[in-house]
Design a protein around this ligand. Structure first.
Ligand code: RM4
Ligand code: MN
Ligand code: MN
Length: 390
């Protein structure tokens, strides 16, 4: 394929790509040791929307904001959706939170006590309702359920409770809604997690139905896991619902996507592109799930989006015709070189062109710094902002 054709196609796909930012990334966050308060942090869900609108203004590809309930609880969700619309964005995935009430010490929908399970299911159903009111097509379920000790609870009974709870939620979802089931191999529990891996999530999704798909959080795997492989398998099964992008060095670090390992991000996007998953109609949700403990959130989210765009652009520049020929001929080194050539390309000029074509500043971070937005929110938002868990 000619370089021109590759670049032309890449630009078309990059113009259509969408990346969702998470409301919780705009607030204060920290570790189990300390949450350092940052200046200019949003005090209300509306101010989180303002920040998300700012990220979208400079990047042009982040027109939606994921909510965490109850962190973003309001009395009037349609009004919140209208506010988002007035700022040029929309409300995205609804993330239920069934891990912060005292009753959830032993789990939520997998809890041994049926009354606690019912409470958790009720919250999930409330989130389905919120999603209907905000026009969100995605219910993004992550459960902190699990056990710490051998014998603490019955693994299979917990799987049964999980299936039962999810089935109730799935049955309540309107036609246009999808349930994305997220897995995590450890934390907060350290012996078993009830949804520890993509296989478990996939098995539950298969039972639930077509509108249940797996959500891959890139920070939720054991070291050395080949994420692009499981992404390829899930794509093939049409059960890849989307991503929570972030990067990790050790555990669930929630650092900026592409910071720790831009090559891994490229490898994942190469698989997605190979399966046609970058097309908007493929319905794969590209969401960020990050915590900015040290750095200001808005420029960190802009930077994260640029990192995803750069990895995507490189994946789009892989000459797939040449790759197929090399693979067919058993040309191992040739095939590898085709992919590595794309990875080694500096795609920043291409992305600058894409932005200019769309009337955006070619340098979103520079434009953000020049805009005075950070100074404005730091002066305006006095009185402490929202933090993780609030
Ligand atoms: C979890 C998981 C969820 C996120 C919470 C806050 O580790 O990644 O997606 O909602 O953290
Ligand atoms: Mn996540
Ligand atoms: Mn996580």
């Amino acid at each position: 394929m000619s370089e021109n054709t590759l670049r032309h196609n890449a630009k078309r796909v990059l113009r259509a790509q969408r990346i969702e930012t998470p409301s919780w990334a705009y607030g204060n966050s920290g570790t189990r040791f300390k949450v350092f308060a940052k200046a200019g942090v949003p005090r209300t869900p509306e101010e989180k929307i303002d920040d998300a609108a700012c990220v979208h203004e400079f990047t042009g590809v982040a027109p939606s904001l994921a909510l965490h309930i109850p962190w973003d609880q309001v009395d009037d969700y349609p009004a919140l959706a209208r506010y988002a619309e007035s700022r040029g964005i929309r409300l995205g995935a609804i993330n239920p939170n069934v891990f912060q009430d005292n009753e959830y010490r032993l789990g939520s929908i997998c809890h041994p006590d049926s009354a606690i399970r019912a409470k958790a299911v009720d919250h999930l159903l409330e989130c389905v309702e919120i999603g209907s009111q905000t026009g969100s097509g995605v219910l993004s379920v992550w459960l902190a359920d699990g056990t710490n000790y051998l014998g603490q609870d019955d693994i299979r009974a917990r799987q049964d409770r999980l299936a039962e709870g999810l089935a109730k939620v799935y049955a309540a979802m309107p036609e246009g809604m999808r349930l994305l089931l997220e897995y995590k191999f450890f934390e907060p529990h350290f012996y078993t997690m009830d949804v520890p891996d993509w296989g478990t999530a996939f098995a539950h999704c298969l039972r639930l139905g077509e509108r249940a798909q797996v959500l891959v959080d890139t920070g939720h795997h054991a070291p050395g896991t080949n994420i692009e492989f499981l992404v390829a398998v899930l794509l093939r099964e049409q059960r890849l619902g989307g991503f929570h992008f972030n990067s990790r060095n050790y555990a669930d670090d929630d650092l900026m996507v592409g910071a720790a390992d831009p090559f891994q991000l490229f490898r994942i996007l190469h698989e997605i592109h190979g399966a046609g998953g970058l097309a908007p109609e493929a319905g794969i949700e590209f969401m960020l799930d990050q915590c900015h403990n040290l750095e200001p959130s808005v420029p960190a989210l802009i930077r994260s989006i640029l990192n995803v765009q750069e990895a995507t652009a490189k994946a789009l520049l892989v000459d797939r015709d040449a790759l197929r020929d090399a693979q067919r001929d058993g040309d191992v080194l040739g095939a590898h070189a085709v992919v590595m050539d794309a990875f080694s390309t500096d795609v920043r000029p291409l992305l600058a062109e894409v932005r200019q074509d769309q009337g955006l500043d070619p340098d979103p971070l520079g434009a953000f710094y020049r805009s005075g937005y950070q100074e404005h929110i730091e002066a305006e938002r006095i009185g402490g902002g929202l933090g993780w868990g609030a």
